[in-house]
Design a protein around this ligand. Structure first.
Ligand SMILES: [Zn+2]
Length: 426
């Protein structure tokens, strides 16, 4: 990168700190999805002052959108002086609940030992702030740049992104004719490039029984025992089969380089009573038992196969087990996304990391999904990565923090990438 850009970014250190602190102090908790309008207005003011054209977009009618908690998003665009590609930095503005165990004020943005503490520092307001500083410093250093820079702040990533990136993609904002390179500054560590993520399939399985007196269970049909048979099939067949599959995707941590399934919840029989209930349960055979499964799958596994191996086990039980009946309800699915290592944005950011950090990047993929899925599947834009400061393991934890030096380093990487993509040749 040019030394002038590197020094412009370094000189913006105080600005970066204040920007990050301001963002943290807007408690955009999701759920319920509060203060989205406020953070969009803050970003609007900031980016308009730096010559960006801004649009505030409400994702009307998406999950959670209501008068009290409207799903607001912002897209800011700054045109260059010549024709060229558009580089888009997308950050989600929502943060997860605070949880217990904090020693810092979760929305105080206190600084200690070179770190800023607070909910959303690492995931991902630190990344958002770094991308803003990178873009502003780049524009200042190279006012003659070609193409365009976009910065978006989007809602609801932590709950699936339907009121955020999915909505924007459906409305053409990630059309490859409009945007050519996307960098999502999620906290994947400043020297790693995240190429994509595994898929997810969520379903509820209900086994059916028949209610009867608990003293004469033979007159009814116990739905919990049927569910026990389902779980035994999972233990004996599905889990070993999944554990044997290994992916080419560089998923971190290592344990997520295979197919996994979590049994998210189980419930059978009588409804749980309130804590202050002091009575005893009535004697009944349960007529229903439900589980929710969370199946994460690999780029090598088609969704039909993922779905099929669960339904095959259930259909098998229908054949082999007397009175077995079930219902499967799909709750949601997300396909895996994996950007080609040779894609221009990957190559560019790899070179920028090498340039700034003095060593080649590590390539990773994420065990869980993030907004890349919508940019890929709805937007049909394949040239997308996650790259940003912050330690992945700190996301959603108490005393979450972002290192100020890490933000500066990754802002330099982002700035160097802009130089490669948006500087007129020669
Ligand atoms: Zn995130």
């Amino acid at each position: 990168m040019t030394t002038s850009l590197a020094s412009t970014i370094a000189a913006k250190r105080d600005d970066l700190i204040v920007l990050t602190q301001d963002l943290i102090r807007i408690p955009t908790l999701n759920p319920p999805g509060q203060d989205y309008r406020l953070i969009c207005e803050y970003l609007d003011k900031r980016l308009s002052a730096h010559g960006f054209e801004t649009q505030l977009i409400r994702a009307h009618g998406t999950p959670g959108d209501c008068t009290k908690y409207p799903r607001w998003n912002i897209i800011a665009r700054r045109e260059g002086r010549h024709a060229g590609d558009c580089v888009h930095f997308n950050s989600h503005t929502d943060v997860v609940e605070v949880g217990a165990g904090w020693t810092f004020d979760p929305f105080g943005a206190e600084i200690s030992d070179g770190k800023i503490y607070g909910r959303g520092t690492c995931d991902m307001k630190g990344g958002l702030a770094a991308s803003i500083i990178a873009a502003e410093a780049f524009i200042e250093t190279h006012p003659d740049f070609a193409g365009a820079i976009e910065i978006s702040g989007t809602a609801d990533e932590e709950s699936g992104g339907y009121g955020g990136v999915a909505y924007l993609a459906e409305h053409g904002y990630f059309d490859p004719a409009r945007v050519q390179h996307v960098i999502i500054p999620e906290p994947l560590n400043k020297d790693r490039i995240c190429l994509g993520h595994r898929g997810g399939w969520w379903a509820e399985i209900e086994t059916k029984g028949e209610i009867a007196h608990g003293s004469m269970p033979f007159l009814g049909d116990c739905a919990v025992r049927h569910m026990g048979a389902v779980l035994t099939e999972f233990e004996d067949k599905l889990f070993p089969a999944m554990a044997a599959r290994w992916t080419e995707m560089p998923v971190v941590p290592e344990g997520a380089r295979q197919s996994t399934m979590n049994i998210n919840s189980i419930h059978g029989g009588q409804k749980e009573q309130d804590d202050d209930f002091t009575g005893l349960p009535a004697h009944c055979v349960p007529d229903s038992c439900r589980i929710v499964i969370d199946r994460r799958f690999l780029v090598e596994e088609p969704l039909d196969q993922v779905r099929g191996e669960v339904t095959d086990l259930l259909e098998g039980l229908r054949e082999s087990r007397a009175d077995f009946d079930y219902e499967l309800t799909e709750l949601n699915s997300v396909l895996p996304s994996m950007t080609d290592k040779n894609a221009p944005v990957v190559q560019t950011v790899a070179k920028a990391i090498e340039d700034v950090m003095g060593k080649p990047p590590e390539y990773v993929a994420s065990p869980g999904t993030y907004d890349q899925k919508h940019i890929d599947r709805i937007g049909k834009l394949k040239n997308c990565i996650a790259y940003g400061p912050g330690v992945l393991e700190l996301a959603h934890k108490p005393d979450e923090w972002i290192g100020i030096d890490d933000m500066i380093d990754s802002a330099k990487v982002m700035g160097a990438a802009l130089e490669t993509l948006l500087m007129p040749q020669g």
